[in-house]
Design a protein around this ligand. Structure first.
Ligand code: NAD
Length: 308
């Protein structure tokens, strides 16, 4: 592959100001330009994008600015011989901190006070409500970049950390690693279950009614993975029936979450609009990944984070 142009698709605007990314890449030897959504591509073109467009298939290489590439038709790229790379590896700190924020919010009841603040209400919790994260068990499902970002921070707070990993191999700071076929054992004693897997045929609907039944009734579910990893109807039922105590959800089956969703109205649910990885330095993190791969192309080396 010989790169003649690096095109920045306007869809990156969903994650960062596009011009900031263009500026951060301006030191590359290859020309970088912000293109329109109807731009056509050909050999020599590389594209940095949030989402897929059919016109991308004619380029040599597409870099997705997200870790999850489930919305890209991977088979089509593979067949066309168009390289696809993703942005895994950069979200451990952002998502890790967000998840710890959810856990602390729920344990220390911060959402309750913030809600009361809107009504100028001086509210104190029931004596039994607040708890500390220290010594509480968190089960992290998926021990990649996101998962380990959560694990290390939870361990630093003195939490009892267990996890689920396909290989079952040990991971630093995780006291017990379960394989996915032992998911119920992994989650049954946890106060928090954190989902950090990609959306695949294996993980779609991984958390539904039987898993909520297996969870403790004082447990909260955290989903920073992808919406369809959780059966949202079953989640609503589990919250209504108090099968579980609460949830913190960043990723939804339909985004934006429809106004009619019952999820908006639970006191014990913290919702964030798919921003767990948001940071004002996102353009720098993406530029670093792209720069590294532009250098790999020039040196005829394998691409980092290659999907196909
Ligand atoms: P990663 O590839 O570093 O890690 C994913 C891990 O999940 C891998 O270790 C993989 O082996 C594991 N896994 C796959 N299937 C599994 C299963 N059935 N059971 C247990 N583990 C399984 O990716 P990452 O950067 O950690 O991102 C993970 C996913 O999180 C992405 O694919 C994306 O969908 C989502 N994500 C969301 C946000 C957000 O803003 N909410 C940000 C980044 C990533």
């Amino acid at each position: 592959m010989h790169l003649e142009r690096l095109a920045v698709d306007p869809s990156v605007g969903l994650a960062m100001p596009p011009q900031r990314l263009v500026d951060a890449l301006s030191d590359l030897d290859v020309p970088v330009e912000l293109v329109d959504e109807d731009e056509q591509f050909g050999p020599g073109d590389a594209i940095v994008s949030f989402g897929h467009r059919d016109s991308f298939i004619d380029a040599d290489w597409v870099h997705c600015v997200r870790a999850g590439y489930d919305e890209f038709p991977v088979g089509v790229y593979d067949e066309a011989g168009t390289y696809l790379t993703n942005s895994t590896g950069i979200h451990g700190t952002t998502v890790g901190e967000t998840v710890i924020g959810y856990l602390l919010t729920i344990a220390r009841r911060l959402h309750v006070y913030r809600d009361a603040q809107h009504d100028h209400e001086w509210t104190r919790p029931r004596y039994e409500e607040p708890f500390t994260l220290k010594d509480e068990r968190v089960c992290v499902v998926g021990l990649g970049t996101l998962g380990r970002g959560v694990v290390d921070r939870a361990a630093a707070l003195g939490m009892d950390v267990v996890g689920v990993r396909r290989s079952g191999d040990p991971v630093e700071n995780v006291s017990s690693v379960y394989t996915p076929d032992r998911l119920h054992e992994a989650i049954e004693d946890a106060r928090f279950v954190v989902l950090a897997t990609p959306l695949t045929t294996e993980t779609e609907g991984m958390i539904s009614a039987p898993e909520f039944e297996a969870m403790r009734d004082d447990a909260s579910l955290v989903n920073v993975a992808r919406g369809p990893v959780v059966d949202e109807d079953d989640l609503v039922t589990a919250l209504e029936n108090e099968t579980i105590a609460g949830a913190a959800i960043d990723a939804f089956t339909e985004e934006p979450l429809p106004e009619s969703s019952p999820l908006w109205d639970f006191d014990e649910v913290v919702l964030t609009p798919h921003v767990a990885a948001a940071t004002s330095k996102y353009h720098e993190d993406i530029a670093q990944l792209v720069r590294e791969n532009v250098e790999h192309v020039a040196a005829d080396e394998a691409l980092t984070n290659r999907v196909v």
